[in-house]
Design a binder for this molecule. Structure first.
Ligand code: AKG
Length: 232
């Protein structure tokens, strides 16, 4: 993909009006998160059946090879919500993503079959994806790899007002199947940054949080298609 270092040369962020706008946006994001959080119970990832998170899953070399194989136009920072849908056979560097899926997931959920469909999604700061369950045309088992930067994905169970924030780090993999795929919703809130807990010194002290502004991120979601699905 193209060199993203030129961004800072093109956009002079010393402009006071722009800074004020950014500050207002950030404050609005932070207030709305605080309001939302108050009425939901935050649960740990381990309490959601079928949800697993694997940090540092992809070697940095493979992350770069995959990013370099994708069209530059995907990574424009002037557009939001850019997507690319791919079906097998995937381009060469992406084929190896199957190798980094956990073997128990491959054997128990995908019955030793590789991914058939993938979607590449680019998120500029402020972008997100609404709360949803994946379409029924996709079989059980969804695997999402993260690239370039970290972002917070939120899992919710509205009937019980439960929520779980999962920080998806660059190079990580998140897997959902069973209840995590069919009962829980997942989303990426549309905002410019995320509150991230800092590790606390002991179990009694509640963790402090820090606001981390987002930078461009992309994800690759890998799925299988249900056996009886007809296209058209
Ligand atoms: O980009 C992501 O990490 C989430 C993608 C997603 O939720 C989806 O493709 O259904």
């Amino acid at each position: 993909m193209g060199d993203t270092t030129f961004d800072s040369e093109l956009f002079d962020d010393s402009c006071e009006e722009e800074n004020e706008f950014d500050r207002a946006l950030q404050e609005a994001d932070q207030v709305s998160i605080e309001n939302e959080a108050s009425s939901w119970t935050q649960v740990p990832i381990e309490s959601i059946p079928g949800l697993s998170y694997y940090p540092n899953r992809l070697p940095p070399d493979l992350q770069n090879q995959i990013a370099n194989a994708l069209p530059d136009s995907l990574f424009s920072d002037m557009n939001s919500g850019r997507q690319l849908h791919l079906y097998v056979p995937f381009p060469e560097p992406m084929q190896s993503l199957n190798k980094y899926l956990p073997s128990e997931f491959l054997s128990n959920v995908w019955k030793d079959q590789p991914a058939e469909a993938s979607i590449i999604q680019v998120y500029n700061p402020g972008d997100g994806i609404i709360p949803h369950k994946d379409l029924d045309m996709f079989a059980d088992g969804v695997a999402i790899y993260s690239f370039f930067s970290d972002i917070t994905m939120v899992f919710t169970l509205p009937s019980q007002k439960l929520k779980c924030d999962v920080r998806l780090q660059k190079g990580s993999l998140v897997i959902m199947y069973g209840p995590a795929r069919y009962q829980w919703l997942h989303e990426i809130p549309f905002r410019g940054g995320d509150w991230v807990p800092l590790s606390s010194r002991d179990e009694l002290t509640p963790p402090k949080q820090t606001w981390i502004p987002r930078t461009q991120r992309f994800s690759i979601t890998m799925r299988r298609i249900v056996g009886n699905h007809t296209f058209g």
